[in-house]
Design a binder for this molecule. Sequence first.
Ligand code: GDP
Ligand code: MG
Length: 692
Amino acid sequence: MSLNPQCELKTTNPHKKTPRELLIALAGNPNSGKTTFFNQLTGARQHVGNWPGVTVERKEGVVHSGGTRFRIVDLPGIYSMSAYSQEEMIARDFLISGGVDVVVNVVDAANLERNLYLTMQLLELGLPVVIALNMIDEVEKRGQRIDTAKMSRLLCVPVVPTQARAGIGLEQVLSEVVEVAEKSADRKPHATRYHPTIEAEISKLEKTLHIAGDCPLPSRWLIVKSLEGDEDALNRLKRWVEDGDAAQEAIGSTRRHLEAHLGENLETVVADSRYGFIEGLLREVIRYTKAPEALTTTDRIDAIVLHPFLGVPIFLALVLLTFELTFGLGGVLSGVIEHQVSILAEHLKTVMPNTPLQSLLVEGVIPGVGGVIVFLPNICIMFAAISLLESSGYMARAAFLMDRLMHSMGLHGKSFIPMLMGFGCNVPAIMATRTLESFEDRLLTILVLPLMSCSARLPIYILFTGIFFRHSAALVIFSLYVIGVLLAVLSGKLLRRAFFAQTFSAFVMELPPYRLPTLKGTALDVWERAWIFLSKAGTVILAASVVVWALGSLPWGVPFGSERSLAGMLGKLLAPLVAPLGLDWRAAVALLFGVAAKEIVVSTLGILYSASPKAQGSPNIASAVSQSFTPLTAYAFMAVSLIYIPCAATIAAIKRETNSWKWAAFASCYTICLAYAVGLLIYQLGRVVGLG
Ligand code: GDP
Ligand code: MG
C-alpha cells in the first residue's frame, strides 16, 4: 500500500495564534474506553446532561493543558455514522455541526478492524481527527505490536498509543489535538477509494450536481451517503444544490444503475470497500512478537460464566448478592438516616411553636424529603454494583444469558437487570435502563417497570394480609408479585406491538473482554447517580409532600385528613369511582396520597380509619380496617395498590429518562386503567363466586 497522495505534509501557518479554547469530541465504538479517557482527563470537572430532546446521556468536561483550555464532549458510543440509531444521529449531528475543533477517535486497539470502520467514516467526513489507539496494553499482552507511525502515515492523521485506564498517552493526544487544530485550514478530506464504477459515477455526480461552494460538508461525502440511501444526507445535499428534486432523481437513478451493474446493494459494496481498506491497513501495521495465545483469560472466564448449566445459577447468585447488599446493607444504612430524620422531626416538634409552619415541616417536608434521602444508601450501593458488573464486562454476559427469556416478553435481554431491580425500587431501576442502547427498548422497559412490585408496596401487603389472610400471607403476597410480572409480560408484548412493531431490535451484542474496573470510574458513576437522584427526585418529592400535607390540613383547623379536610372532600368525590371495586372514600384518599409515595397509602389508611366513627372506642387501626374491608376487597385493594399509577418519584424518573411528560403521562394513565380493570375483575368475579 502506498502513501496516500493527499497526505503531503502541510506547513503550519505561522500567523495563526495558538487557540485558547478547543472543543474536542470523543468519538468511538462502545467500550473503546471513551469514558475512561474522559474521566481521566476531566476528573470531577464534568457536567452530565442529556442531548437536547432525547434520552441519550451527554457528558461534558474541561481540562487545561499547555495553556489551552480543552472542552471535551463524550459522544455516545457508535459503530457507524449511518443515521439509523438515535446515538448515531446525535454523534453525527454534533460532529457535522461545525462547532467541533478536533475529533479524538478513541479506538480499541484490540479490536482494530471493527473500530476502524468508524474511523474511516470520520475521515470521509473530512473531520480533523486524532486517533487514540487505546488499550494498547492488551494488544501487547496478546503478542502484537502496532506500527503507529506507519498507521499515521497511511491514514494521514496522528495516531497516539494510549492506555486510558492507566492515564498513559493522554497528554500526548492533547498536544496532537493542538497541532491538528492549528493545521485545520489546510486539511483535505481523506477519501476511501471505492469500486471504479462507483468512483466514475461519483465524479459524474460531483460535476452535474453543482453543490454550492460554501457547503460545509464535503460534497463527496454527501454524494456517497446519499447513494447509500441515507435520507438525512440526501436532504442535506438537496439544500446545497439549485434543483433539489433533480438531484434526488439523479441520485436515485445512479443508485439503481450501480446496483444493477454491481449486482449488489450499494450500501454493502461501500461497506466492503471500507473493510477492504482496513484489512490492507492492518496487514501493513500489525506485527506479531510471539505466536498468539490459544486461550485468553476472557475465554477461560467465559467458559465458566456462560456455561450451559452453571451460567444461570452464577448469574442468579450475583443478582442475589447485589440485592443483599442493596437492601440488606443499604437497609441498615437507611435505618441510620431514618433515625436521624426522626430525631430531627422530634426536635423541631419540641422547639418550635405549634404553628402551620411547624406542621408543614414536621408532617410534610421532613417525612417527604427525609423519605427520599433514606433511599440514598440503596441507590449508591446498587449503582456501585451495576458499575462494577458493567465495567468488568459481566453485564454483557448476563444480558446474553437472559436474552431468550426477555425476548419472549418483547423486551431486550439487557432489560432483565432493571426489571429485577424494580422489585427493590422502581426509581433506580428506571435509571438503570440507561444500559440499553436503543431508545425503543429503553422506553418499553421503563413503561412496564412500574408493574414490578417495589418494596414500598410491601407495607400495604403486610398490613392487609396480617388482618385478612393470616394463614396464607406468604402465598397471597407471592400471588401479587406474580400478578405484577404477568401484567408486565402482557404489557411488554402489547406495547411493543402498539408502538414499535417494526423495530424489534435483534440482539447482536459482542462480548467485550473482561477488564478490571477502576475505583475512579466506579466512584464517578455512583456520585453521578446519587447527585441526579438527590437533586431532581428530591425536588419532586418535596413538592408532592407539600401538596399532600396541604390537602390533609386545609381548611385550617380541621383534623388532619378528616372528612372535612380538602382530602376528605376529594375522597367523597372519588368515592363513586372506587365503589365498583368495593372500596370506600378513605381507600380512595389513601390511594390518592399514595401517588406521592406508596408507603403513604398505609399511613393515610392509619390516620383516616383511626379517625373514623367505626373505630371509636377501639384505638386499634386493624380492627377499624377489618370492619371496612372484606378479604375480597382487601385483595382487590392490594392489587390496585400494586398496579395503579407509579409513585411521584417514579413518574419523575420516567419523565427524566424519556425526556418527555408524554410518556410519564402515558405510564400513569395506562397503569390506572389497568389497575381499575384488574380491581374490577377481582371484586366482581369474587362476588359472583360468592366471596364477597
Ligand atoms: P466507553 O464505552 O467507550 O465509554 O468505554 P469505557 O471507558 O467505559 O471503558 C470500557 C472498559 O475498558 C472499562 O472497563 C475500562 O476500565 C477499560 N479500559 C479503558 N481504557 C483501557 C486501557 O487502556 N487498557 C485496558 N486494559 N482497559 C481499558
Ligand atoms: Mg462510555
